[in-house]
Ligand binder design. Structure first.
Ligand code: FAD
Length: 466
C-alpha cells in the first residue's frame, strides 16, 4: 500500500515543534582551528549528550567537546517515536542472554532513566503512563506470557502486569486486541524536545558543542574535522548507524529502516476509543507496530519493517521508503479501525542500528583510547542514558556499577559480512514479514518461508520467528 503522504517530503513534526519552542533553530559555530580537550565526543544525539553530561557529573572541571556533523536532533534522536523504556519489557530475552542475575541488574539499572529525564528540568512532554504490549494473534499471546512469567520469576510481577481483553479495552479499545501486558516503568517523551533539552543542559554545564562538524579519526587521540583538528585524552564515538562499517563494530551491526505516519489532531476519536491515558502501545510482532498519542491528540503509528541497509550507506532507503510508511498506515487502519477518519499529515523514517541480539553494546578499542556504544535496535531513547553513563565512567577511568553494566561487553553475537549480510538479511526480512502478515490474516506462511524466517535463531541471533 502506498502511504497517503510520502515519507521524506517534510521534516519530522517533532523537530518543527521543538524549533518553534526555541524560536527557531540556531546552531553553534563549527569547529575551526585546533582544540585540545580531555574528552571528545563524536555525535550529538542522546548517547553523545548523555555522555557529555555524565563526564561532567564525574569530573566537573573536565574539558569536554561534542562534535556533531549536522545539528543535535538531526539523527534518530530527533525523529523517533518517543517510547522511553528501560529493560523490564525485554527481561525474558535478557535472561536468555545474560542469565537471571545480570538481566535483573540491567532492568533495575533502567529504573534510573525516568528520574534522569525528569531531573533535566525541561518540559519534554514526559508522560509516565506505561507501555501496553497487545497481542493481535494467538502466536503473539505467547510473547506476552513469556514477559509476564519472566517478571514473576524475577520477583517483580509489578513490572509486567497481565491485562485481560476488557482491561486492555479500558485503556484503548480495538476489536483486534486480544489481551495485553502493561509495563509500568516506561513512558513517552517528545523526542526532539528531549535531545534539545540535553543539548541545552550540556552547553550550560560547560561542554563545548560544535555543530556542522563531521569528525573522523586522524590517528590515536586525534580527530580531524573539515576546518579543525582535535586532540583528546579520550574519544567517545556515539554516531549510531553511521558507525556500522567502522572496524571496531563491523560485524556486530546491521541497519534497518523504521517509519512512522502522524495523523491530524483527533482528540474526539481518541475519546471514543477510550485512549486518553497517554499509554504507549506496541503489538507483539518482531517487525512491530508502535503507536502513541501526542499532547494535541494526534496519533503516531510506526512500523519497524523498513529495508535493510547495504554496507555502511545511510541513504534514501531510510528516509524515502514509501512501502514501509504504507505498512505503518495500514497498521493504523487495521489495528485502530476507530480512527479510520483520521487524516495522515506527515510521514518520515530513519535508520535503526540493530545488533545481532537486539541489545546495545558499549565497548572500547584495543588500544583503550576510544569508547563507543551502538546496537540500540530501535530502543535507544531510554537505554542511551545507560550507555551514556557507562561511556562516561569508561572515559573517566572509573570502575563502577555503570562501567560494569551487562551492556559493557567486548564480544556479542555477530552478523555476517557483506554482501551476505545484505542478501541474507533482505531475504530473511521478507520471510519474517510474510510470516507475520499471514499470522495476522489467520493463516500460516508456506513451510519454506517459515524455515527462512527461523534461520537467524538457529544461528544464535535474537531475530526472526520462534
Ligand atoms: C523512526 C524511528 C522511530 C524510533 N522510535 C523509537 C522509540 O520510540 N523508542 C526508542 O527507544 N527508540 C526509538 N528509535 C531509536 C532511537 O531513536 C535511537 O536508538 C536513538 O535516537 C539513538 O541515539 P544516538 O544518540 O545513539 O544516535 P543519533 O540520534 O543517530 O545521534 C548520532 C549523531 O551522530 C551524528 N554523526 C554521525 N556521524 C558523525 C560524524 N562522523 N561526526 C560527527 N557527528 C556524526 C549524527 O548527525 C547524529 O546527530 C527510533 C528510531 C527511528 C528511526
Amino acid at each position: 500500500m502506498q502511504p497517503s503522504v510520502a515519507p521524506g517530503g517534510a521534516p519530522p513534526w517533532w523537530l518543527e515543534e521543538a524549533f518553534a519552542a526555541e524560536g527557531g533553530r540556531v546552531d553553534t559555530e563549527p569547529l575551526t582551528g585546533d582544540l585540545e580537550v580531555d574528552v571528545a565526543i563524536v555525535g550529538g544525539g542522546y548517547t553523545g549528550l548523555w555522555t557529555a553530561l555524565g563526564v561532567l557529573d564525574r569530573e566537573p572541571s573536565a574539558a569536554v567537546a561534542v562534535l556533531e556533523a549536522e545539528f543535535c536532533g538531526a539523527g534518530p534522536s530527533g525523529r523517533n517515536a518517543g517510547f522511553m523504556e528501560g529493560y523490564w519489557p525485554a527481561l525474558a530475552e535478557l535472561v536468555d542472554l545474560f542469565g537471571a542475575g545480570r538481566a535483573i541488574e540491567l532492568a533495575e539499572a533502567g529504573e534510573a532513566i525516568r528520574p534522569a529525564v525528569r531531573a533535566l528540568g525541561d518540559d519534554v512532554w514526559l508522560r509516565e503512563s506505561g507501555m501496553l504490549t497487545v497481542a493481535t494473534t494467538e502466536l503473539q499471546e505467547r510473547v506476552l506470557d513469556r514477559a509476564v512469567a519472566a517478571a514473576a520469576a524475577a520477583g517483580r510481577p509489578d513490572q509486567a502486569v497481565a491485562l485481560s481483553r476488557d482491561e486492555v479495552a479500558e485503556r484503548c479499545r480495538s476489536p483486534r486486541f486480544r489481551r495485553g501486558v502493561l509495563f509500568p516503568d516506561t513512558g513517552t517523551v517528545q523526542p526532539a524536545l528531549l535531545v534539545r533539552a540535553l543539548r541545552r543542559s550540556a552547553i550550560a554545564r560547560g561542554a563545548r558543542l560544535f555543530e556542522g562538524t563531521p569528525a573522523r579519526s586522524d590517528g590515536a587521540g586525534r580527530l580531524r574535522t573539515p576546518r579543525g583538528r582535535v586532540r583528546a585524552d579520550r574519544i567517545v564515538v556515539a554516531t549510531n548507524a553511521a558507525m556500522t562499517d567502522w572496524r571496531p563494530v563491523r560485524g556486530r551491526l546491521t541497519v534497518f529502516g523504521s517509519y512512522v505516519v502522524l495523523t491530524e489532531p483527533v482528540p474526539g476519536l481518541l475519546a471514543e476509543i477510550g485512549w486518553t491515558g497517554g499509554e504507549a502501545v506496541v503489538d507483539a510482532r518482531m517487525f512491530l507496530h508502535y503507536f502513541r498519542t501526542t499532547n494535541d491528540g494526534r496519533v503516531l503509528m510506526g512500523s519497524g519493517s523498513g529495508p535493510i541497509g547495504r554496507g555502511n550507506r545511510i541513504d534514501r532507503r531510510f528516509t524515502h521508503d514509501a512501502p514501509t510508511a504504507g505498512r505503518a498506515e495500514l497498521g493504523l487502519r487495521r489495528l485502530l479501525p476507530g480512527l479510520a477518519g483520521a487524516r495522515i499529515e506527515r510521514s518520515w523514517g530513519g535508520p535503526i542500528d540493530v545488533s545481532a541480539d537486539h541489545i546495545p553494546f558499549v565497548g572500547t578499542t584495543a588500544d583503550g583510547s576510544v569508547h563507543f556504544a551502538a546496537g540500540f535496535s530501535g530502543n535507544g531513547v531510554g537505554p542511551s542514558y545507560l550507555a551514556g553513563q557507562a561511556l562516561a565512567s569508561l572515559a573517566t577511568g572509573r570502575d563502577d556499577r555503570w562501567s560494569s553494566l551487562p551492556l559493557v561487553r567486548a564480544r556479542g553475537s555477530g552478523v555476517p559480512p557483506e554482501p551476505l549480510r545484505y542478501v541474507g538479511g533482505a531475504t530473511i526480512r521478507r520471510a519474517i514479514l510474510a510470516c507475520e502478515e499471514a499470522d495476522e490474516a489467520g493463516l500460516r506462511a508456506p513451510r519454506p518461508v517459515r524455515a527462512i524466517a527461523a534461520l537467524p535463531r538457529l544461528l544464535g541471533m535474537r531475530l526472526g520467528m520462534r
